[in-house]
Design a protein around this ligand. Sequence first.
Ligand SMILES: CC(C)(COP(=O)(O)OP(=O)(O)OC[C@H]1O[C@@H](n2cnc3c(N)ncnc32)[C@H](O)[C@@H]1OP(=O)(O)O)[C@@H](O)C(=O)NCCC(=O)NCCS
Length: 138
Amino acid sequence: MRAEHLPAVKALIDLCFAESTWSENMLLSEMEKPDSSCTVALEGERVVGFLAFEQILDEGSVIEVAVHPASRRKGIARELLQNAIKSANDLSTVFLEVRASNAPAIALYESLGFERIATRKNYYDRPTEDGIVYQLPC
Ligand SMILES: CC(C)(COP(=O)(O)OP(=O)(O)OC[C@H]1O[C@@H](n2cnc3c(N)ncnc32)[C@H](O)[C@@H]1OP(=O)(O)O)[C@@H](O)C(=O)NCCC(=O)NCCS
């Protein structure tokens, strides 16, 4: 991801998450964090996918993943996640959190081998909902 992609990534996130609080400045900070990697998927020049991934020591975290509705079920999210995990150094585990009702994302994570390890009661708001914590041993 480059700075020129910021407006398109912000628009993609707003489209995919009604409750999103990301601003372009927050995305820029995420891009510039040494422990983070932000990646876009392009169809031609158009941004159709976004992944923010963080690594602290041997622990990876999926911060955000989103694919434009018109480009879903083409393997874009799977490829973004697999590339981030493959490119990371010395990972022993990857964690993520997902809304309990987010069946497409849960299907994606389980298809990649993530295992459900905990439920955080009412973790999300707008609307209030449990968060499910997933872990991928690497
Ligand atoms: C979740 C999301 C990122 C998936 O992106 P995607 O590019 O469509 O996913 P992929 O095409 O890589 O799917 C890989 C696998 O995940 C599973 N999967 C993905 N979407 C699914 C759906 N709607 N229903 C069932 N399984 C699904 C399937 O196993 C799929 O493999 P298959 O197509 O060969 O059956 C996308 O739906 C999205 O952006 N949703 C809104 C944002 C969001 O909820 N992000 C996650 C927050 S935790």
